[in-house]
Design a protein around this ligand. Structure first.
Ligand SMILES: NC(=O)c1ccc[n+]([C@@H]2O[C@H](COP(=O)([O-])OP(=O)(O)OC[C@H]3O[C@@H](n4cnc5c(N)ncnc54)[C@H](O)[C@@H]3O)[C@@H](O)[C@H]2O)c1
Length: 312
């Protein structure tokens, strides 16, 4: 059997680089495409020079011609500090980037997986969120560039599928954490770990009673691979249904690094959802997938990663 050639957009980023590792370890060919906005060459450095690996600096808002079998479309900043840095660019990355990748998929007959997000549910009135829930998204808020960007990206996928028969897979990814997250990405796991490692108090926005789910990156990548290889189009939720309050997460991190640190409260930012938790029945049924790594275990390698980054 000939090797599959994979294109991973955003492949030098946090999730993308873990996916690249898995695809390379499986013995396939991988083209990693990234504009290095939030990605780092260091994340894929181990593969540079490998005969089955190629690294391309490219912005997905521009078209590109490549011969590939599978497109994993992850390119898009994922953390609010980064996607709000240039919100117009974020919207363009989602819309134009996805349109370009779908155009490529159509031209070469590749299967495309979109990394969508639980943010398409906005600040949900339904809890927990099944895929059938249509969301409660503010179209004009400061998170809209990302939330609405992903919603139109999903729409484009389904229209390319209906109009042109492009094989698509849509994953709605919930909060994921693990090694290679950026220390300055402003997401809650990295914030708490970095604060604790610096010996600073841990900052809770609001009273810390808002809940989140936290999926370890290896679990997520396994889910993405099963989705791409399976027959189900999606959208399909991939996340860890274990629900934790932000305060509980802060305590878990603090207790592993320095139990003496304080937790302090600051005002909630605009459009911050109160609850976010996936229903993963569909993933379990269609992909035989569920997360295997509990938060307590996933925090260990994540803390070790940040320790290394901060020491360097
Ligand atoms: N990590 C999560 O919790 C999470 C949750 C939901 C959805 N997602 C989605 O998963 C994907 C990967 O997220 P991540 O956490 O790895 O984020 P990340 O910021 O680490 O990775 C995104 C990658 O895309 C690249 N990129 C951004 N804009 C680009 C452009 N215009 N052209 C080419 N490359 C570009 C960045 O440089 C980076 O390498 C994103 O699409 C994100 O929306 C992630």
């Amino acid at each position: 059997m000939s090797l599959l050639r994979h294109l991973v957009t955003g492949g030098a980023g946090f999730v993308g680089s873990h996916l690249v590792d898995r695809l390379m370890q499986a013995g396939d060919e991988v083209i990693c495409l990234d504009n290095y906005f939030t990605g780092r060459k260091a994340n894929v450095a181990r593969w540079i020079g490998h005969p089955r690996f190629e690294l391309i600096r490219h912005d997905v808002t521009e078209p590109i011609r490549l011969e590939v079998d599978r497109i994993w479309h992850l390119a898009c900043p994922a953390s609010p500090v980064h996607y709000q840095f240039n919100p117009i660019k974020t919207a363009k990355t989602s819309f134009l980037g996805t349109a370009n990748m779908l155009g490529l998929a159509k031209r070469v007959g590749a299967r495309l997986l979109l990394a969508s997000t639980s943010e398409v549910y906005g600040d949900p009135e339904v809890h927990p969120q099944p895929e059938s829930y249509r969301g409660c998204v503010n179209t004009i808020g400061i998170r809209s560039c990302y939330d609405e960007g992903k919603r139109i990206a999903e729409t484009l996928c389904f229209d390319y599928h209906r109009m042109h028969g492009v094989a698509i897979r849509v994953a709605r990814i919930f909060n994921t954490y693990g090694p290679r997250m950026l220390p300055n990405d402003g997401r809650v796991v990295s914030n708490f770990i970095v604060q604790a490692l610096r010996g600073e108090p841990l900052t809770l926005y609001g009273d810390g009673r808002q809940t989140r789910s936290f999926c370890y990156v290896d679990d997520l990548v396994e889910g993405l691979i099963r989705l791409m290889n399976g027959d189900h189009t999606g959208p399909i939720n991939l996340g860890n249904p274990g629900e934790f309050t932000i305060r509980r997460l802060a305590e878990l991190v603090r207790d592993r690094i320095d139990p003496g640190l304080a937790l302090i409260e600051k005002p909630l930012p605009q459009d911050d959802p109160m609850q976010r938790q996936p229903v993963i029945d569909l993933a379990l049924r269609e992909l035989g997938w569920q997360p295997a790594v509990p938060l307590e275990r996933g925090l260990e390698p994540t803390i070790a990663h940040f320790r290394e980054v901060l020491e360097a």
